[in-house]
Write a protein that binds this ligand. Structure first.
Ligand SMILES: NC(=O)C1=CN([C@@H]2O[C@H](COP(=O)(O)OP(=O)(O)OC[C@H]3O[C@@H](n4cnc5c(N)ncnc54)[C@H](OP(=O)(O)O)[C@@H]3O)[C@@H](O)[C@H]2O)C=CC1
Ligand SMILES: CC(=O)N[C@@H](CCC(=O)OP(=O)(O)O)C(=O)O
Length: 345
């Protein structure tokens, strides 16, 4: 059987280039098409110069998608833009992994409220599968359209899933305190990512209203018998990539650190990209890899459970997870092409 043919839409952005970086060494697929609207006609390596001599493919306009024989397409496009592409490609023979938030939430009304986007595409919301393989592996395998999770939700959901599915913590008042690198904000320069505003600085944003709050709650509600309500606050770190979420929850029964570690090891057995670690993880422990490192402990003094969950926002938080989903959708081993060792230092 030949290699599967893959298209990447929006590859001048950060997640698009990260998809190319990983897929170029994937043994079972070939990159058949890379598109860009703003830079069509230029080489991919003219824009992402670290690919010089490695990926010199000429960027095509997105209109080429329908003229190319493809097995699967990644949409690495902004929220709201992906919807139009999904609508256009709905009946095409290729599968789709959408990296945006357009199809992650269950209802268009909720999407509208939290994304503050006027443009809502109703059809297709029903058929999209939320692409977190650790929770949804079997559905992803059958899916034609996967909604790849957001970066913060990946840390928070993986960090809390064992506790909430076993009903071991109070489901209201959980705190998710997250720190992210600046690539999470995309390639377009903005005031918030301007060098003097980020460098040597640290700040919270999206207080009380960040759209990932609902993505985390919605997903955890499907695991929990009691309704989940959580406080999510993201912060911007002066680093390029990486997310560390510190999560606090109140146990509903007596639990020791040993009990919690045993639970997490059992829950994530057979999930190759989740590592339950004996030490508090740093973002460099997962940098440029598809791993999510999770540390869990009980603080006897305060009565809190503390969970630390670390990923690379561009890999397990975006492109790596998207490729993990692609592997499942194409019937490949989940880890194919994704065994990169984290870069530390
Ligand atoms: N960065 C991250 O850590 C994560 C990002 N995501 C999501 O993945 C998607 C892609 O993210 P990311 O790569 O960071 O985004 P970027 O802003 O870095 O890149 C998006 C690309 O989309 C293309 N594009 C096409 N149409 C438009 C349009 N109308 N307006 C602006 N850009 C357009 C552009 O490429 P061109 O002009 O060449 O076509 C652009 O380079 C987003 O939905 C994001 O929310 C999800 C998880 C983590
Ligand atoms: C630093 C920064 O701005 N990060 C982005 C997260 C990007 C992401 O993972 O997720 P989406 O696909 O849901 O946009 C933010 O907080 O909006």
């Amino acid at each position: 059987m030949g290699k599967k043919k893959i298209g990447i839409i929006g590859a001048t952005g950060y997640t698009g280039s990260e998809l190319v970086r990983i897929l170029v060494n994937h043994p079972e697929v070939e990159i058949a098409l890379i598109t860009s609207e703003s830079r069509a006609g230029e080489k991919f390596s003219d824009i992402h110069t670290s690919f010089r001599g490695i990926v010199d493919i000429v960027l095509q306009p997105a209109s080429q998608v329908e003229k190319t024989d493809l097995d699967l397409v990644f949409l690495a496009l902004p929220h709201g833009v992906s919807m139009d592409f999904v609508k256009k490609y709905h009946q095409k023979p290729f599968k789709i992994v959408d990296l945006s938030g357009d199809f992650r939430l269950d209802s268009p009304e909720v999407y509208h409220e939290w994304y503050q986007k006027e443009h809502v595409y109703h059809e297709g919301f029903d058929s999209a599968v939320f692409g977190l393989p650790e929770l949804n592996r079997e559905n992803i395998k059958q899916s034609e359209l996967v909604a790849n999770p957001g970066c913060f939700p990946t840390t928070a959901i993986l960090g809390l899933a064992p506790l909430l599915s076993e009903g071991l913590v109070e489901s209201r008042g959980i705190i998710v305190d997250s720190k992210t690198g600046v690539t999470g904000a995309g390639v377009k320069p903005k005031e918030v990512t301007h060098f003097p505003n980020v460098n040597d600085n640290f700040k919270a944003y999206g207080l009380k209203k960040h759209r990932h709050t609902i993505e985390i709650q919605d997903t955890l509600n499907k695991l929990s018998s009691e309704e989940v309500s959580l406080q999510f606050t993201p912060h911007l770190l002066p680093v390029d990539r990486g997310i560390l979420s510190t999560i606090y929850a109140r146990p509903v029964k007596e639990l020791t650190t040993a009990d919690l570690n045993a639970l997490y090891l059992r829950y994530y057995e057979g999930h190759p990209f989740v590592r339950i670690t004996p030490e508090a993880p740093s973002i460099k422990d997962v940098r440029a890899s598809n791993y999510c490192n999770i540390f869990i402990t009980f603080d006897e003094r305060t009565g809190n459970i503390i969970v630390l969950s670390a990923i690379d926002n561009l890999v397990k938080g975006a492109a790596g997870q998207a490729i993990q989903n692609m592997n499942l959708m194409l019937g490949l081993d989940e880890t194919t092409g994704l065994k990169q060792v984290p870069v530390n230092p």
